[in-house]
Design a protein around this ligand. Structure first.
Ligand SMILES: [Zn+2]
Length: 393
């Protein structure tokens, strides 16, 4: 029922779709607040009828009351979690994660597998299909209950045609022009969208916040550095399908050579590769470690274990990351910056050093909300789910 409603693009169904959109975005919500959030005009009598229809069709429910300031406490409306389901898939260098979300974008189940040199596109996609089928069978979800599949990956991407073009630094060969949307759609004939990881994170932070900023950045720093940019509530999509241009912001014209051919790109100071290379050059002990055998988190554990030997080089990269972020903030005038990635979460003083570096350089000392993004947790899943919903409007 939910899917057929969302798929209905007739003018007649727009009011009910709009009411559902507002409840899914802001619920649990009272009728008067819902009415204020509507982007199309709906009379109170029509709104009452629509709410009743959504309830009858088991798409929304009444759940609790808002505290009353006198009089009868107003009823709160929210989405029925089993009204529909969404699959979110995240493919990054370190791992691939498949998540089953309910219609409230809460995680029902997830499964992650580590990416190795053996994880070619064929193997990864086959595994994603296998896990998705397993989730659908386990929860007895039919295709008409599956609202869509959102896939996030690192760029460059051709989002229009659903192609992962050529992610840098994936361990396995073969990740060139992978038509992932077409392949997944052949198995699951539902809406399938492809989005940059940074943009999914950006969207996740945006819809998770009760008071979202309309101008914000979402930075992810790991093996590469990605940046999602939102201005006036809209995600900026680069014409060339990348969100990693940020990684190639020039920091020093005479700096180290970057894989892009230029010198001194941000990436040559902030990526995990560049950090490991600097450590290898600084001390023969590090050179003796076979880093490629370790997972991303194992590498960070080693860096933590050797904090005395690693902190100068690792925290230098945090300072550079802060310089790159403050350059962007100074240009775009962002109100909020979410910074995420394994070093941010797991390496002592990394996040604090980034924040200090930004604060020292932001022009005019505006009040900016700086916080750790929630990359490893559910923000990215929520972002993909929200993007699948948005694709119906
Ligand atoms: Zn570069």
């Amino acid at each position: 029922m939910l899917k057929s409603l969302l798929l209905d693009s007739s003018i007649k169904k727009q009011p009910i779709k709009e009411v559902f959109r507002v409840i899914s975005r802001y619920g649990p919500i009272t009728r008067s607040k819902l009415s204020n959030k509507l982007e199309i005009k709906i009379k109170q009598t029509a709104l009452a009828r629509i709410i009743s229809e959504l309830k009858t069709n088991n798409l929304i429910k009444e759940g609790g009351h808002e505290e009353s300031e006198g009089g009868r406490p107003p009823v709160l409306y929210s989405i029925v979690p089993t009204a529909g389901f969404i699959i979110a898939v995240h493919i990054i260098r370190a791992h691939t994660k498949v998540v089953l979300l309910d219609s409230c974008l809460h995680t029902v189940k997830n499964e992650t597998f580590v990416m190795t040199t053996k994880h070619t596109p064929e193997i990864v996609i086959a595994k994603v299909i296998e896990i998705t089928n397993k989730f659908l069978n386990e929860y007895k979800i039919e295709l008409d209950q599956l609202l869509g599949i959102g896939i996030s990956s690192v760029g460059p991407l051709n989002k229009k045609d659903g192609i992962i073009i050529k992610p840098q630094l994936f361990l396995s060969k073969g990740w060139i022009n992978v038509p992932i949307v077409k392949i997944i759609k052949e198995i699951f004939p539902v809406k399938v969208i492809l989005e940059h990881s940074s943009n999914a994170g950006l969207m996740g932070e945006y819809v998770s916040s009760s008071l979202p900023h309309e101008n914000m950045l979402y930075i992810f720093n790991s093996w590469g550095t990605g940046c999602g940019i939102m201005t006036n509530g809209e995600i900026i999509n680069s014409r060339i399908g990348r969100t990693d241009g940020f990684a190639h912001m020039s920091m020093d014209v005479n700096g180290p050579i970057c894989f892009c051919g230029s010198r001194g790109c941000l990436n040559t100071y902030t990526s995990l590769n560049s950090i490991l290379e600097s450590l290898n050059n600084s001390n023969p002990y590090f050179k003796s470690i076979n880093w490629s055998e370790l997972s991303t988190l194992e590498i960070i554990e080693r860096l933590k274990d050797e904090y005395e030997l690693t902190n100068e080089i690792v925290l230098r990269s945090a300072t550079y990351l802060g310089v790159g972020i403050s350059n962007l903030v100074n240009i775009i005038g962002s109100e909020a910056v979410y910074i995420s990635g394994p070093l941010i979460y797991h390496y002592p003083n990394y996040y604090e050093t980034v924040i200090k570096s930004i604060s020292q350089r932001v022009y005019g000392k505006p009040n900016i909300a700086l916080s750790q993004g929630d990359y490893e947790e559910e923000t990215l899943d929520i972002g993909l789910g929200a993007l699948v919903y948005a694709s119906y409007y």
